[in-house]
Write a protein that binds this ligand. Structure first.
Ligand code: SAH
Length: 459
């Protein structure tokens, strides 16, 4: 086979029209059919670009000038938008973001899942799509001997020092700034990931939106934390809402944030929050949705799709701290939740007690192992809810789910590509995707959450 040469060269300057937008916010221009990806360019715009990288089937270019502007273009309010890798879509109006996400979901379901005609609803968005995050996980480092804390620059491991983040709740911003200031005052060194030296690796802040409780987690390389006592005292003084100060020790050379060892330095082990009427205790390492307002929207939709009548047994696989399980339990006979992180299951059990919900049972383990075990015990749920991480469900789990033969499956997904792959499997095994609802849990970023309802087709 002859290998065709790319029609563009590195450093070439071109005038192009952008036709499309990738889910991570890059504009797509085509030169003789050869796609070039350009950050912060929008479909319908024309502009001058400089080619920076040419691969076999595609290339990357930098936007130098926009010559025709899209009516969907918005002025990004964040001063570090261009350097930070956190948000990809601030330059697109919110209306445009919601449309883009719906389009992306539809395209991926068709391309990967073979679901050309599936009903995809318009994305459910927020009235105020800023300052929604209840958790900040901010890397700490040093720049020429000065401690800095912020986000990683796009596609890199270089920390951009950050005074404030436009999608974080203000309280989380405050935590980061206070810890930064105090760490400097008490000579606590920032972590150098290249040399694997220093003390403070991450500041993690969690905020309960309805309770206003705060948790501060200091992730350190070793057990030692200089001036610990003063540090705790001053954090409490400066941040009166703090209910929990925790140290997590992560001695490994890794970009995984948390280590195995967690120690409460002051206060409680958990903070609390409500979604709807249900109260949740959340500990440092447990998964809890980051956008509490939209979580309610997401769970209400999941509950609607589960269509419960108080007589059903329901499985909630990948249940985290039992959030969806407890929502479901209000309308089911019995809910069984499974989750791999032991602390999350311990939170889930506490949360059931906290809300006096008794028709739930939680198991620790890999969902793909626990489900077959339940199946062998004769568990036959009418409804199965899954909410896996980005990589989606193991095929063995889908197989067990099909064997359990539920009437309905509710699939909650944070990655449309793996959702599409898994729906394809389920479609081939007796289920039909009735509808898919995208929910905007992550405004200003390219991420989109979906809930899908599948019904048994009777074969
Ligand atoms: N439904 C919950 C959590 C969803 S996030 C909520 O809405 O809050 C996905 C969860 O799956 C995480 O808590 C993660 O720890 C868990 N997880 C990841 N791999 C798993 C596996 N193989 N088996 C069970 N749980 C797993």
């Amino acid at each position: 086979m002859t290998q065709q040469n790319a029609p563009v060269e590195k450093n070439e300057i071109l005038e192009v029209t952008f036709e499309d937008l990738t889910h991570d916010g890059a504009g797509v221009a085509k030169v003789n059919g050869f796609p070039l990806f350009v950050q912060r360019a929008l479909p319908g715009e024309t502009g001058k670009i400089k080619v920076v990288k040419v691969k076999k089937n595609f290339g990357f270019a930098r936007l130098m000038e926009i010559t025709e502007t899209s009516p969907d273009r918005a002025e990004p309010p964040c001063p570090i938008f261009k350097r930070c890798g956190g948000c990809q879509l601030q330059h697109l109006s919110y209306e445009g973001q919601l449309k883009q996400k719906e389009k992306y979901v539809r395209e991926v379901l068709a391309r990967i899942g073979g679901l050309q005609d599936v009903r995809v609803h318009p994305t459910l968005g927020m009235d105020e799509p800023w300052r929604y995050r209840n958790k900040a996980q901010v890397p700490v480092g040093e720049d020429r001997g000065k401690l800095i804390a912020g986000f990683y620059a796009e596609r890199s491991h270089e920390i951009v020092d950050m005074p404030s983040c436009a999608i974080q709740h203000e309280s989380n911003d405050d935590v980061v700034q206070v810890v930064k200031k105090l760490a400097k005052k008490y000579g606590i060194r920032g972590y150098d990931d290249k040399k694997h030296k220093g003390t403070l690796r991450h500041v993690v802040s969690r905020h309960g939106k309805t309770t206003d409780e705060l948790m501060v987690v200091l992730v350190t390389k070793g057990k030692e934390l200089p001036n610990k006592k003063n540090l705790i005292e001053e954090i409490r003084k400066e941040l009166p809402n703090v209910k929990s100060i925790v140290q997590n020790i992560n001695p490994k050379r890794t970009n995984v944030i948390f280590g195995e060892q967690t120690e409460v330095l002051w206060g409680e082990e958990v903070i609390h929050d409500y979604i709807g009427d249900i109260k949740f205790a959340i500990s440092a390492r447990s998964f809890y949705q980051v956008n509490p307002e939209q979580t309610k929207v997401l769970y209400d939709k999941a509950l609607e799709y589960a269509n419960l009548t108080s007589t059903e047994t329901v499985i909630d696989a990948y249940c985290g701290i039992g959030t969806i399980s407890l929502f479901l339990a209000q309308q089911a006979k019995k809910v069984l939740g499974v989750e791999i992180v032991p602390e999350a299951i311990s939170d889930a059990k506490n949360n059931a007690k906290l809300n006096e919900i008794e028709n739930v049972d939680f198991a620790v383990g890999e969902a793909e192992k626990v489900m077959p075990w339940w199946y062998a015990q004769g568990v036959r749920p009418e409804v199965v809810v899954v909410d896996p991480p980005r990589k989606g469900c193991e095929e063995s789990l889908l197989e067990t789910m099909v064997n359990m033969n539920p009437n309905r499956i509710v699939y909650v997904s944070c990655n449309p590509a793996t959702l599409a792959r898994d729906l394809k499997y389920l479609e081939a095994n007796g289920y039909e995707t009735k509808e898919v609802q995208p929910v905007d849990m992550f405004p200003q970023t390219g991420h989109v959450e979906c809930v899908a309802q599948l019904l048994h087709t009777g074969n």
